[in-house]
Design a protein around this ligand. Structure first.
Ligand SMILES: Cc1ncc(COP(=O)(O)O)c(C=O)c1O
Ligand SMILES: N[C@@H](CCCC[NH3+])C(=O)O
Length: 461
């Protein structure tokens, strides 16, 4: 049995160990992991071809050990830096009862943005005091649900919400902790659709036009509302720490002003999520610990400069916790060769289980999981099966010459915003989700059935 790996340029490399995660290979520039026992790709210690056989495809697979490792990278860095903190997992990246159980086990807090996400957290038995509710258009029902369950805090986003909340806390004679979401006017370097910190944003109160200050005063005026602190989130899939550092500086200028004018000093500074991960070898994220180190360092510097206390620092990573811990397995079907133009390899999923390539032109790498010892010398494009020309998962990927119908194709780093953004376009059913850990696999989200697709449909009479 040949024991080697291929780099993206096609050169062979000896694998350092048997069951390394694809993350390792992406990090080192080696494209795929080889199992020395067979020619099957292993993920989280298990044979992916076997997983596809047992659970069928398309299938989301999560390496739970990797989820824990990512979570601990954040948590342990805060602990080592001896600073009060909360790491709130942004459950929009991937919410399911099993995932939230793992988040709870790792001592994370939770960011939810809807009643559905809050309901899932409650079903998972997530500690309510560690749940934070987000949203740029929270409904009365959402706010009522948050108050009823006494969740940790509500991240207040706009004047309409303040009015609703003021009415509700009076009606229920209840106090509530809030964070004030501000937009610091920072344009992080990422895709336009996932930018959130700029002035022209639907999220939060703008700092520069005075609306944030107006909102603060309104909230401080209400004795049922405790303004725990300030929140800002500058965007998603950000590699450089510069944007985060600039946000901290902007927030401290504001805090200094608000301390002088209104004697308001926040206890909590929530700096959001957005820490970038590696999808392909072109991506160069920082190690997760470095994002935290940079943030904490800057907070300490600014606190010293303005002679303000060091607040509790909260962050909200989603992608960085689950992104590279998940992969998707598909079955290859039709292969269409257009001589001198392109070869389309169609799989039994696509934009219904991963809309990111269609939405953000996001890039991924794939491997033929049952032929991972074969050299990848053929250039093909991986197409989804939706009735959309734009339903392409990867353009120009290298695969073995022998690729054929029935092969299992694995796409790496689909753990964030894959399942959570999946949809039923063309009435495709959503795939199942499987967790692997300690050499075992377990189904944690069942595959949708045709029955579940039509269960809410009614006959027109
Ligand atoms: C307010 C807020 N917090 C946290 C996140 C999580 O972002 P990411 O998954 O990039 O860490 C998002 C999404 O961008 C967000 O809007
Ligand atoms: N869904 C986006 C990120 C936006 C997250 C929420 N603010 C993605 O897949 O990258």
């Amino acid at each position: 049995m040949i024991k080697y790996c291929y780099t993206l340029s096609g050169t062979k490399k000896a694998p350092e160990a048997v069951n390394l995660s694809p993350f390792f290979f992406q990090k080192t520039g080696v494209k795929m992991m080889k199992n020395v026992k067979s020619d099957h790709l292993h993920f989280g210690g298990l044979d992916t071809v076997e997983l596809a056989r047992i659970y069928d495809t398309p299938l989301y697979v999560y390496d739970v050990h990797k989820i824990r490792e990512n979570a601990r990278a954040f948590v342990n860095t805060f602990k080592n830096m001896q600073i009060p903190f909360q790491v709130a997992y942004a459950s929009k990246a991937f919410s399911s009862i099993a995932m939230l159980q793992v988040a709870k086990q790792e001592g994370l807090s939770l960011d939810v943005v809807s009643q559905g996400e809050l309901y899932t957290a409650l079903q998972a038995g997530f500690p309510v005091e560690r749940i934070h509710l987000h949203g740029n258009n929270k409904s009365t029902e959402e706010l009522e649900m948050a108050l009823k369950h006494n969740i940790g805090c509500i991240v207040v986003d706009n004047f309409y919400e303040i009015e609703l909340l003021e009415g509700l806390v009076k009606e229920y004679n209840q106090t509530v902790n809030v964070l004030l979401r501000v937009t610091p006017g920072i344009e992080a370097h990422t895709h336009d659709y996932i930018l959130t910190g700029q002035e022209d944003s639907k999220f939060g109160f703008d700092l520069s036009n005075g609306q944030a200050e107006q909102a603060l005063l309104k909230l401080l005026d209400d004795k049922e509302i405790n303004v725990l602190g300030i929140h800002c989130h500058i965007g998603s899939q950000i590699f450089e720490t510069t944007g985060f550092i600039m946000a901290v500086q902007k927030l401290y200028q504001t805090m200094n002003k608000w301390n002088t004018l209104h004697q308001y000093v926040p206890e909590v500074l929530n700096l959001g999520g957005g820490f970038g991960i590696k999808y392909t070898e072109e991506d160069e994220p920082q190690p997760l610990a470095q994002y935290v180190e940079a943030l904490v360092h800057e907070v300490k510097e600014q606190a010293k400069q303005y002679e303000l206390p060091i607040p509790e620092i909260w962050i909200e990573p989603g992608r960085a916790i689950v992104g590279d811990a998940g992969m998707t397995l598909y079955s290859v079907g039709s292969i269409k060769e257009i001589p001198d133009v392109r070869t389309y390899v169609s799989v039994n999923g696509g934009m219904t289980d991963n809309i990111r390539p269609a939405l953000y032109n996001a890039k991924y790498n794939a491997v033929v999981a049952n032929k991972s010892n074969e050299e990848s010398t053929k250039t093909v494009s991986i197409a989804g099966k939706c009735c959309e020309t734009g339903d392409m998962l990867i353009w120009d990927e290298q695969v073995p010459e022998s690729i054929e119908a029935g092969d299992i194709l694995g796409i790496f780093s689909t753990g964030a915003y894959g399942y959570s953004m999946s949809n039923n376009y063309n009435r495709f059913t959503k795939p199942a989700v499987v967790f692997v850990e300690n050499g075992k696999s377990q189904l944690v989200v069942k595959r949708e059935t045709y029955q579940s697709l039509t269960q809410n449909d009614l006959f027109y009479e």
